[in-house]
Each structure stands twice: as C-alpha cells, then as structure tokens.
Design a protein around this ligand. Structure first.
Ligand SMILES: [Zn+2]
Length: 177
C-alpha cells in the first residue's frame, strides 16, 4: 500500500517570515525538517507539501523567486537523501474564493488525484489553523508542530497533541502508530 504524508511548508519546513518568504535570503530551514522528510521517504511515504502564498497575488513575490526557493529546497533535501513528490501552492489572496487557499481542500484534492492516493486518514503535519481545519475537512489526521505558529494554534486546538517540531511528529507517526 502506498502511503502519503501531507506537510505545510512555512512553519514546518521553513522558518516563518513576516509577510511570507519573498526572497532566497529569507529562506531558512527549520533544523531537522529535511532529515524528517527523508525519514518519511525511506519509510515508504510519498511526501506532498502545500502552501498558501498570498504574496504572489499581492505582488510581493514573483514566480521566478518562488521557483528559485523551491529549487533550493529540493537541492538541500536531495543532499540528505529526501525528496518531495508534490509541492503545490495557492497563489491567491486569503480573501479569494479560489478553492485552493487552505483551509479549502483544492490543493489536497489535486495531490490525491495526481498521486492516486485517497486523503482519508493520512497524516497532515502543520503549524497553523488553516492546516488543522483543512485536515478536518479532508478527513486527514492533523499533527500539530510547535514551530512556526504552532503554539498559538494549539491554544485554539488544544485537543490536539503538540509536537516540538517535524522530527518529533514524524517519530510519533513512524515509531508509535
Ligand atoms: Zn488559491
């Protein structure tokens, strides 16, 4: 059986920057996150990343810069033996009715379609309320991480366990479930 893990980008893999990551200089890896992705790969999980990037429609981020950020991310991930099976972005403003802005399910449905894996019960690693709410809409299992906005999100979703970071959450999935 092919398994799938869904990950947020900012706050899970990359450090959150106010206003979003709009240049390569603002791209900082959260320690251990790339190795955790490689661990998921090696355990047989396809790994798909989704991200809201309203800075694109707002004109503060251009597509070439976004591509450069993702190329760099993929390069660094390759160095630790990991890879992403999908990396999908909503480029719209938060107020858009595009259907792909998390917590809407559009990006996740696209992943399920591309990878031909149903979403029900899959782990979704995220740090913000949009991730948690998206997980509930698509029937995924939220893993809330304390990096990024995770601690604030935990105040709203205090029923969920809060993991220190992606490596700890991945350990819980792989070692205890
Ligand atoms: Zn969108």
């Amino acid at each position: 059986m092919t398994r799938l893990a869904l990950l947020g980008r900012d706050g899970v893999i990359l450090k959150v920057q106010t206003g979003g990551i709009c240049s390569l200089d603002e791209m900082q890896i959260i320690p251990g996150s790339l190795e955790a992705i490689a661990r998921l790969n090696h355990a047989g999980y396809r790994v798909a990343v989704t991200s809201n990037q309203p800075a694109l429609e707002e004109g503060r981020l251009d597509i070439d810069t976004l591509n450069a950020i993702h190329a760099r991310l993929n390069e660094l991930l390759t160095r630790v033996g990991g890879h992403l099976d999908a990396l999908l972005v909503c480029p719209h403003r938060g107020t858009a009715t595009c259907g792909c802005h998390k917590p809407d399910s559009g990006l996740f449905e696209e992943i399920a379609h591309r990878l031909e894996i149903p979403l029900k019960g899959v782990p979704l690693f995220g740090d913000d309320t949009a991730d948690v709410e998206a997980a509930r809409r698509i029937g995924a299992q939220p893993f809330l991480v304390a990096t990024g906005n995770g601690r604030q999100t935990h105040q709203i979703h205090s029923d969920l366990p809060l993991f220190d970071d992606l490596p700890h959450a991945v350990s819980e999935l792989l070692d205890h479930r």
